[in-house]
Design a protein around this ligand. Structure first.
Ligand SMILES: [Zn+2]
Length: 253
């Protein structure tokens, strides 16, 4: 949960502007018919780009394009959203205009799917509706909530996390057996009522529930805590989970 340094972000922006980067983050449309079209949003948190996007290249059910903040919100408008079915958030970003909030909520009302992955739980700390959309609130700083002092949420890297399938008959966990993943844990964040737990762990450094499914407006929403780096991306159980999560929010389960 380390915020990308401003200088690095600026350098990447300059490189991108100069056309020196050929990574898929430059919003390159992918081809294919009849597949779920996924818009992947990144920015505000560093990650292993080639390994991350390889996971989506390997998914036969989708096409994808990626966009990085500050360019992401422009793709939430009614016209731009005709180009995608599912929004996948892998960003950690705080600023959002009222217009972008309106677009975000309107897309969920239309029934676009939403998959929120890993550090995207910490997006939009000041936008209460985002917490309701994803079903959780992660605290990047000690926060007073209605008179209750909430500790800063915590994370720990490089943990072998034993994962239990909480709901084996759910389309997202179908076919999966309990497994271990080498990944980052989060704890001391709030999970709200109204979500269906998909994965649990007894790892003490983690919250007990590490994936859940819910609805918001007319949208299906999934949160997957896994996904810090290639050790998680390349775990076949995680790949199945991610693929089935995208299918579920796209109502193709
Ligand atoms: Zn992480």
């Amino acid at each position: 949960m380390l915020t990308m340094k401003r200088a690095l972000g600026f350098a990447l922006t300059v490189f991108a502007a100069l056309g020196l980067m050929t990574s898929p983050t430059s919003a390159v449309a992918q081809g294919g018919a009849g597949k779920t079209r996924v818009l992947i949003v990144t920015g505000g948190h560093d990650f292993e780009k080639p390994q991350f996007f390889k996971t989506f290249d390997a998914n036969p059910d989708i096409t994808w394009k990626a966009v990085e903040h500050p360019n992401a919100h422009a793709l939430l408008t009614p016209a731009a959203a005709k180009e995608w079915d599912v929004l996948l958030l892998y960003d950690m970003h705080q600023e959002i205009s009222d217009a972008a909030k309106t677009d975000f909520l309107a897309r969920l009302k239309e029934g676009k799917g939403l998959v929120v992955m890993h550090h995207a739980i910490a997006n939009y700390q000041a936008w209460g509706e985002y917490h309701k959309i994803i079903g959780a609130r992660y605290y990047l700083a000690k926060t007073n909530v209605n008179g209750i002092e909430k500790a800063r949420s915590a994370y720990k890297h490089d943990v072998d996390i034993p994962v239990k399938i909480a709901t084996p008959d759910h389309p997202i966990t179908r076919g999966l057996k309990d497994y271990t993943i080498h990944d980052e844990t989060y704890k001391w964040f709030d999970i709200f009522d109204g979500s269906q737990p998909l994965l649990r762990t007894e790892e003490p450094e983690s919250s007990p529930v590490i994936a859940w499914a819910k609805t918001y407006a007319n949208a299906r929403v999934v949160y997957l805590q896994s996904g810090h780096d290639h050790k998680a991306y390349e775990n076949p159980n995680f790949q199945t989970l991610l693929r089935q999560a995208i299918n579920w929010v796209a109502r193709k389960d």
